[in-house]
Ligand binder design. Structure first.
Ligand SMILES: [Zn+2]
Ligand SMILES: [Zn+2]
Length: 179
């Protein structure tokens, strides 16, 4: 996905860019990511005082492997994109003044794909879950506890309920607080 800086000059209203961007195989970097559809990039680019701003929304659908039960599931992924570029000056070749500042670029064309990829990678969940309440696999026999139950943990209290029980005891045992 290429952006021509030349097209932006003198157009204060900006230029709309709408393109599908197929990213490379991100699954090799993130093992919980099974597949990623082409990213739908809906961006607005505009130039002001020599700074080229590109902003918009990236939408795609990702297939993850649940980090608890290992089931694969597909989910939409939406990320906001915002980058600023500046033409590389002779004095500061390839150097970015600071992390927040515009990215120096040479030539008249910017390939946005690497920046889109970076934004998508940062938006990926660290530990994807098929459901926030996913019960996961039994650590003893490997049964998927969402679908089935096993006898391994019979009699053992779920630690979450244990905590709740403690809290309940403390609340009902207290003389009513100091409020
Ligand atoms: Zn799961
Ligand atoms: Zn089990």
């Amino acid at each position: 996905m290429k952006l021509r800086l030349h097209d932006l000059r003198g157009r204060s209203e900006g230029v709309q860019v709408h393109e599908q961007v197929a990213l490379g195989d991100l699954g090799s970097r993130d093992r919980s990511l099974v597949a990623l559809e082409a990213v739908d990039a809906e961006l607005t680019a505009c130039e002001s005082s020599g700074v080229y701003r590109v902003e918009g929304t990236l939408t795609t659908r990702a297939t993850y492997r649940c980090s608890r039960c290992l089931r694969e599931f597909r989910e939409p992924l939406v990320a906001s994109f915002a980058e600023a570029f500046v033409r590389e000056s002779a004095g500061a070749k390839g150097e970015r003044d600071d992390e927040e500042g515009p990215i120096p670029v040479s030539g008249d064309e910017i390939d946005l794909a690497p920046y889109i990829e970076q934004t998508v990678v940062l938006a990926l969940p660290w530990r994807p879950l098929c459901d926030p309440e996913c019960a996961g696999l039994c650590p003893d026999c490997g049964t998927n506890l969402n679908e089935d139950s096993c006898g391994c943990r019979d009699g053992a209290l779920d630690p979450r309920w244990e905590k709740l029980g403690e809290l309940w005891n403390r609340m009902s045992g207290s003389p009513g607080g100091n409020g």
